[in-house]
Ligand binder design. Structure first.
Ligand code: FE2
Length: 187
């Protein structure tokens, strides 16, 4: 599967604009993580970012979170798109579906998913609401303010350290990746 097909899938299955923007953000962070950890997997890691929330509009995840992930995998399998590593990473971003984090790929998306929303929330508290105003040190500081963006899973974001990436590096790499596509993210 190439990126053009993944984008076509994203735009046909997901109609919620903020989920589409979020998918681009996770793609950008996943590509940056792959560049550091598994450069030969850069395209695949990017695809996982783009596609991980593909079933957002199709399953009632608010009432049963375990449905989120397996439906995306079923769609991709039915279309003959992707491979086992991709499916496993897509499942692993949502442990509520019973999946386990087994690979660096799984861990990367588990951590990349929440940090995009977290950086988004931090950006929006700045007077100009521009990502270029955000500093790495404010991301680090906000991690300890548990009531700020309470839905952003701190444990998941911090778990990037298990891949040998210190959290401040992860914050910096994610901020840079998202800043590079600020126009797409409307930030
Ligand atoms: Fe997500």
């Amino acid at each position: 599967m190439d990126r053009a097909i993944a984008l076509e899938m994203l735009n046909s299955y997901v109609t919620t604009p903020h989920i589409i923007r979020h998918s681009y953000a996770v793609e950008a962070v996943m590509r940056a993580l792959a560049a550091r950890l598994e450069p030969d997997q850069l395209e695949l890691w990017g695809l996982a970012g783009l596609l991980h929330d593909l079933d957002n509009d199709l399953v009632d995840w608010r009432s049963d979170l375990s449905l989120h992930g397996p439906k995306t995998v079923a769609i991709l399998q039915e279309k003959g798109l992707g491979n086992e590593a991709l499916y496993h990473a897509i499942l692993a971003h949502n442990p509520a579906n019973g999946s386990k984090i087994e690979t660096a790929f799984d861990r990367a998306i588990y951590a990349a998913d929440p940090i995009t929303g977290f950086i988004n929330a931090i950006t929006l508290v700045y007077p100009d609401k521009k990502i270029r105003s955000v500093k790495v040190k404010s991301i680090i500081k906000r991690m300890d303010e548990v009531r700020f963006a309470a839905g952003a899973n701190r444990e998941a974001m911090r778990s990037i350290e298990r891949l040998g990436i210190p959290f401040p590096d992860f914050a910096e790499l994610s901020l840079k990746a998202m800043s590079d596509i600020a126009d797409i993210l409307e930030l």
